[in-house]
Ligand binder design. Structure first.
Ligand SMILES: C[S@@+](CC[C@H](N)C(=O)[O-])C[C@H]1O[C@@H](n2cnc3c(N)ncnc32)[C@H](O)[C@@H]1O
Length: 349
């Protein structure tokens, strides 16, 4: 994190401004220049506190649980402060921790299979990823210049670097630890990574030109509620863009959805064994027969992405349109349609 990033953040619980205490500085090469960054610190707002670890602000409501050891070591009078925090906001913190636990774990594991040196993201080369983003958001290489873009549930973070290479500033956030590798691989000063939860976004309201949520809202406990949490972040005349699964009338597809209803409830380790032994060989043979070029890790990411997340909702185009209308968005448009899902955009008024 760098000091000027503070302008974008607020407390995910109270939405108040955050104050920074720096614990440790280090350097990172960004745009070919060695710059100073904050490697460790604490962000506070009233009685709330969040650590900065490995240069990433950990702005999740449940940070007090996830980073207890760090806070115990680095925050003065931690135990006393923890009591006050939990007495005041215990319900919201416990609820977020409960709701996020399994989804965080499943995506953390999924992204561990991804090799930044060798693998493609969702079967796409970097150029194809950028083209897909521009098509989905109805933007162009030039129209995104100097824009402030929020990438919601950014996963491996590779798209964010590609967008920033076109001179946009991009904040990518994800609540899983995939954010750490995303941060490590980035060398563009216009990309910022934060650990955050879409249902408690720690960002100032009305500041983003484009908020893009690709394949994430459908993995939360309530897609429409998550959508509603994003609308305040978009600035007036700004754009909200979402990629969502739609229902399919396909026997195999619905069989997989039926299987995952049961398997996704198993302990994660058991799921991995199950999918590696049963689904992976079938999927591998079918894909190879169809001439698919994916390597085994890419195939495994696909399988885990479908089978392991606790939630995986499918929505009709009309349903998604109604969310935009209820939030007073206009120029609502389906920009892309694929086998599994579609992208929809709207402009805020
Ligand atoms: C299917 S991946 C898509 C990643 C990326 N948007 C892409 O298109 O490659 C979904 C991502 O959303 C993240 N995610 C799921 N629920 C989230 C939440 N409540 N808050 C933040 N991120 C979340 C997961 O950790 C995962 O990395």
């Amino acid at each position: 994190m760098q000091i000027d990033h503070l302008q974008f953040y607020c407390c995910p619980i109270t939405q108040e401004n955050l104050e920074l205490t720096i614990l440790k500085k280090s350097t990172k090469i960004l745009d070919g220049i060695e710059v100073e960054i904050i490697e460790e610190g604490i962000l506070t707002s009233g009685i709330c506190f969040y650590p900065i670890i490995k240069s990433i602000p950990r702005l999740i409501v449940e940070a007090v649980y996830d980073y207890r050891n760090f806070l115990l070591t680095h925050l003065k009078n931690f135990e006393q402060k923890e009591k006050v925090l939990l007495y005041t906001y215990g319900n919201i913190i416990k609820q977020a921790a409960r709701k996020n636990k399994r989804t965080k774990e499943s995506f953390e594991l999924e992204w561990k299979f991804f090799d930044y040196e060798k693998d493609k993201t969702w079967d796409a080369s970097p150029q194809k990823m950028l083209d897909r983003f521009l098509l989905e958001t109805d933007e162009s290489n030039t129209s995104i210049q100097n824009k402030l873009i929020l990438d919601v549930g950014c996963g491996n973070g590779l798209l964010d670097v590609l967008i920033a290479n076109k001179k946009a500033t991009v904040i990518g956030f994800d609540f899983s630890l995939s954010i750490e590798k995303a941060f490590e691989q980035n060398t563009n000063s216009k990309v910022i990574f934060v650990q955050a939860d879409v249902q408690h976004p720690p960002f100032k309201k009305n500041i983003f030109d484009i908020v893009h949520a690709s394949g994430i809202l459908i993995h939360t406990n309530n897609t429409e509620h998550s959508f509603n949490c994003l609308t305040p972040l978009v600035k007036s005349d700004g754009k909200l863009s979402c990629w969502l699964y739609h229902p399919r009338k396909n026997f195999i597809h619905n069989c997989f959805n039926f299987i995952r209803k049961f398997t996704s409830k198993l302990p994660l380790k058991l799921q991995i064994v199950f999918h590696a032994v049963f689904l992976f060989p079938i999927s591998f043979i079918i894909k190879k027969l169809k001439g698919n070029q994916q390597n085994w890790r890419e195939m495994m990411v696909d399988i885990l992405d479908w089978m392991t997340p606790e939630f995986r909702w499918e929505h009709t185009h009309e349903e998604a349109k109604s969310w935009f209308i209820k939030n007073n968005f206009s120029s609502i448009k389906i920009t892309t349609q694929e086998l599994f899902g579609f992208n929809i955009i709207g402009i805020k008024h």
